[in-house]
Ligand binder design. Sequence first.
Ligand code: ADP
Ligand code: MG
Length: 548
Amino acid sequence: MAIRILPDDLVNRIAAGEVVERPASVVKELVENALDAGATEITIDVADGGRTLIQVSDNGCGMTREDLEKSVLRHATSKLPTDDLLNISYMGFRGEALPSIASVSEMTIESNGLALARGEIKPSAWSGGTRVRVENLFQNVPARLKFLRSDRVELMAVMEVVRHLALARTDVGFTFGKMTFKPSDPLISRIREIVGADADGKMIEVAASDGDVRLTGFVSAPTLRRASSVDQYLFVNHRFVKDKLLVGSLRAAYFDVMKSREYPICCLYVEIPKEQVDVNVSPAKTDVHFLEPARIRNFIVGTIRRALAPMSAPGVRRDIGDAPVSRPWSMLQEFDLQSPAPQMPPQVLDMAAADSGGAISFPLGFARAQIGNKYVIAENSGGILIIDQHAAHERIVYEKLRKNEIKRQPLLIPIIVKLSPDQVSAVMEIKGELEESGLIIGEFGDSEIAVYETPADFELDWGACLADFANEARSYGHSSAVKERLHLKLANYACHHSVRAGQKLSLEQMNALLREIEATERGGQCNHGRPVWKTFSNDELDGMFERS
Ligand code: ADP
Ligand code: MG
C-alpha cells in the first residue's frame, strides 16, 4: 500500500465533512465569524432551506485584500495570535470553516469593496463589513446532498442556530426573515420571543457567583415545562453548549418537582475564566470540559434550587402577597386555629402580621369548604383559592423528610417483609439512606427483611414499599440521589396510601393544612411539579360575572 499525501482540496472536503454537516452548520460558522469580527448587526438570508443560497452580512471589522486571500486557506486564522489553545476568546479558532465551505459550494466573500470568488479578487459594490454568499451547497458532494432533509426541516435547523446565537449575544442585532432581534432587547423579551408567550411571568431570574464563576439567566417555574429539552438554552462564556454536566445539573435541580420526561425551560449563562474550561473538545464545540466539574455542578444545582425554593410559582405569589385583611373577631373564632403556630419562613411572617383589630391574615386565607374530599376552598383578601389537599400533603411530607423532621416510631413487633434475594441485597445496600428517612431495617434470612422502626404516622404497606425501594435502588445504583428518591417515594406512598387520602376534613383540619403548606418550602407545587393550589383573584371573579 503506497502512502500518498492528500491534495489540499481533498483535505478540505474531508474537513468539511466534520465542520459542514448541513446548511445550519454553515450559518453557524458564518455568523460566528461575524461575531468574532465585532459585528453589532447581522443579517442572514437563505433560499430553499439553504440548499441554493446562504448569505450572512455583517457590519464588523471587514478584511484587507491580503486577509481576504488568506481567509480561504486551510488553518489560516487571525484568532490564535499566540499558540495558547487554552486562551480562546473567539468563537472560532481552527481556521477551517471558510476553506471547508468553499470546497463544497460556490462561495463569494465581499469586504471593503472587493469580492473573492474561485480564488479571484474583483471589485465589488458591497459597502458593509463582510458579506459571505454560499451558493449550491454540496452540489459537488452527492453523498452529502442525499442526506439533507426537506427544505422545511433544513430551514428549521437554521432557525434553531439563529435562536441559539441570538440568545448567546443579546448585545447584537439579528435579522433573519421575519425573525428580528434588536440589540437593545432585554434578555427576557428575547427569551419570550423564542420560547413563546406561555413563559410570561413564569421565568425566574437567577444570578449568583462562586468565586470567579458566575451563573445568570432565567429558569422556568416548575409548573412550566416541555415534553423535550428544546427550550433549554445553555451557554458557557456566551457559547451555546449541550454539555452533559450542565444538562445533568439542571435535571438534578428539578428532580423533585418534575417527572423524568418533563423538561424545564431555561436560558442560563455560565461565565468562567477561560483557563478553567476547555472548549476545544469537538469541532462543533457544543461540549466543554470543566477543570472542576464537581464544583461547577454543585454551584449550578444549588443556585437553581435556591431560585425555585420560594413557596410558590410567580404569579401565584402575587395573589397571596396582598396586604393583610382585617377580619372581625367573630369570624376568626369561627375558624379557631387550634393547631400550634407553624414555623413560618420570613416572607410569610411579614404577610401574616397582626392588624389593628388583632385579627391575623394568612397568605392562603381561611378554609371555607371541601369539595369531593379532594379540594379545599379557601378565601383570602385577594380572592379565592382551590387547594389540592393530596398534593399539599405530599409536598409537606416530602419537605419534612428532606429536612429530617420526621420522627421515628419503634415497632413492638417487627414487621417481616418477604422479598426476593436480589431485592434483599438491594435494600440492604441502601440501609443507611433508609435509616435517615426514619426506617430501621435488618436482614432476616436471605429473602426477608425485618422492619424495626418506621417514620411516625406512616401507616403503609411496608412490604410493597420496600419492594419498590429495592427496584429503585437497583435501577439507580448507590448514588447520592438515592436518599432524595427515597424521600419522594415515601412522600408519595404516605399520601396515596395513608388514611388522609380522600378523607373528609373538618374546617379545623383544613386550616391546619393551609398553615402547614404556608410553612413549607416550595409549598406551591407538589413533588411532580403539579400545582398545589390555584387562585382566582377578586378581579378575575368580577370579570367572570362582568362586574368590572
Ligand atoms: P476561524 O474563524 O476559525 O479563524 P474561518 O475559516 O472561519 O476560521 O475564518 C478564517 C479567517 O477569516 C478568520 O480568522 C478571520 O480573520 C477572517 N474572517 C472570516 N469571516 C470574517 C468576517 N465576517 N469578518 C471579518 N473577518 C472574517
Ligand atoms: Mg470561523
